[in-house]
Ligand binder design. Structure first.
Ligand SMILES: [Zn+2]
Length: 141
């Protein structure tokens, strides 16, 4: 049957093509996100898991209280991490989860399967590809 010879096919192909372009753009975006992360992905995942647990038991108080707690307990570069979260829509604990974690999740393939890792246990070197180097900011105390 060749009833719909003219209409549908090119349309479909056009759609697929546009999808391809979209995909390329998104891959580029993802790479940018991955390169801009303030800490190793498993550490960020540990951060989000921690905050997730906290805001489940105590309602978010519209600050980054738990985020900062975790950052300090792990000795992460606070300004870098908080700045990154805010850039990605995370102005409080629950927004960090809803917005910033989403960004990481979309940018990092296999994020859901990653095991959250605390800073103390990644000293031996980054476990994955290593395209997000260690933050270069000097420690200020
Ligand atoms: Zn909140």
């Amino acid at each position: 049957m060749s009833l719909c010879n003219g209409g549908l096919m090119p349309n479909k192909r056009e759609k697929a093509h546009r999808k391809e372009i979209l995909h390329a753009v998104r891959e580029d975006e993802r790479r940018k996100v991955r390169n801009s992360l303030p800490a190793a992905v498993p550490v960020l995942k540990a951060l989000f898991s921690y905050v997730d647990l906290q805001v489940r038991s105590v309602e978010c108080d519209h600050t980054l209280r738990h985020v900062r707690d975790f950052i300090r307990s792990q000795g992460l570069p606070e300004d870098a991490v908080v700045g990154w979260l805010k850039n990605n829509g995370g102005y409080c604990d629950c927004e960090a989860l809803m917005n910033a974690e989403q960004v990481v999740q979309e940018a990092v393939p296999g994020y859901d399967d990653l095991a959250p890792t605390l800073v103390g246990s990644v000293n031996s070197g980054p476990p994955n590809s290593g395209n997000s180097g260690p933050p270069k900011e000097p420690h200020k105390r």
